[in-house]
Design a protein around this ligand. Sequence first.
Ligand SMILES: Cc1ncc(COP(=O)(O)O)c(C=O)c1O
Length: 424
Amino acid sequence: MNDLYYPQNQNNLIFKSLALFESYKHCIFRNMMSTKPRHLQESKKLEHIRPSGIRKMFARAQGLEGVISLGIGAPDIPPPELLLKKMTELQGLKTSSYVINSGVPALREKILEQYKETYNLDFDLEGVVVTSGGTQLMFTAFMSMTDPGDEVIIPDPGFVYYPTIPEMVGAKPVPIAMDDEFQINPDEIAEKITSKTRMIVINSPSNPTGRILKDESLKGIADLAIDHDLVILSDEVYEFMVFNEKKHLPMASLAPENTVTLNSFSKTYCIPGWRLGYGIGNKEIMQPISKLHPFIVANAPSLPQWALAEFMGTKGDKEFRDKLCKIMERRAKVTKEEFSKLDGITVPPIEGSFYTFPKVENSSGTDPGYEWVERVFEKAKVVTVPGSEFGKSRNDHFRISFGSASEDKLREAVSRIKEMEEKD
Ligand SMILES: Cc1ncc(COP(=O)(O)O)c(C=O)c1O
């Protein structure tokens, strides 16, 4: 006989219905609230994603004649010739197949050699995971190292994905506003650490600020991570673009047990479209990343891995990195000099990467950075990005990327803006 005939089981039925309602209530409410049919509704995980303003600007500028783009964060320098040659030479059966999930061992060996030679740091082969760009490493790290409700401390201003990816995986981003020199004060981080904190994200040289975190700040953050048993996700994708003879200080040298270094070939060798990056750290800390990575991409693109394995460590490798750094250093100087000529704009010192984050002074608007960017785009056809894209703390700033702008283009951009201002 059916369970429903027994009064004692009616409770059971109510209980079951309540439990069922509990499990599906978000779907039921989502359906009720949404005007879209169910098959067109997206997962709740995506609700924090808003279209990237950088991409929007990029799309608006596409196809418009005479636009100078200081928007997109990609270098316009061709990749090293030898690397391109290797890509052509190595095409074939072997390089078209799947490779070991964590990446071609010969490439991971080369990465280890680069760390040894550049920073005198030693890692094991199992501590290197080659990913589809630094972006995939970031996603994999947040996904594999946090649980829902965990907190992730991020810099503000900071790279656009830092708050979004943790939110997507159920963690909570906790922004730390940088000071006026775009430094992070470790004491401010200390104040935000709770029992739920799992990770601290840092990025030096920084996108969008173009500044480098001071050694004392890095040391302070390393100590906090060690004392509180936290992971530092150290985004060092601009490690080779450090200006004025300064040397990059890798976080892994300060907190080796606690650091996952996020790295990428996109900017180092001007190959952002090849989608290759990597994570490196002690093999113990890299374990969750290695475990999850195959379920996201199986392996990162294979052919460029084989090509990079043959290119890295050659004479041309270091020469290219040095040459690129010099080009960006000259552009940084021109950017600072030229944009400083504009009234009401303060350009901070540019220490690394290919960005700077000037301030719009004395503006009365609600989003002065955005208003400046719109005006300059509409009237001078120069594309920049509003500061509000990089966090809540600096909407009176905007970002300039000189990665894809020659020195002449930078000068022309400023002369157009000046002309605009004279007419206004
Ligand atoms: C600070 C920072 N981290 C990570 C990335 C991701 O780079 P990719 O996915 O091309 O390796 C970027 C790209 O602009 C970046 O600026």
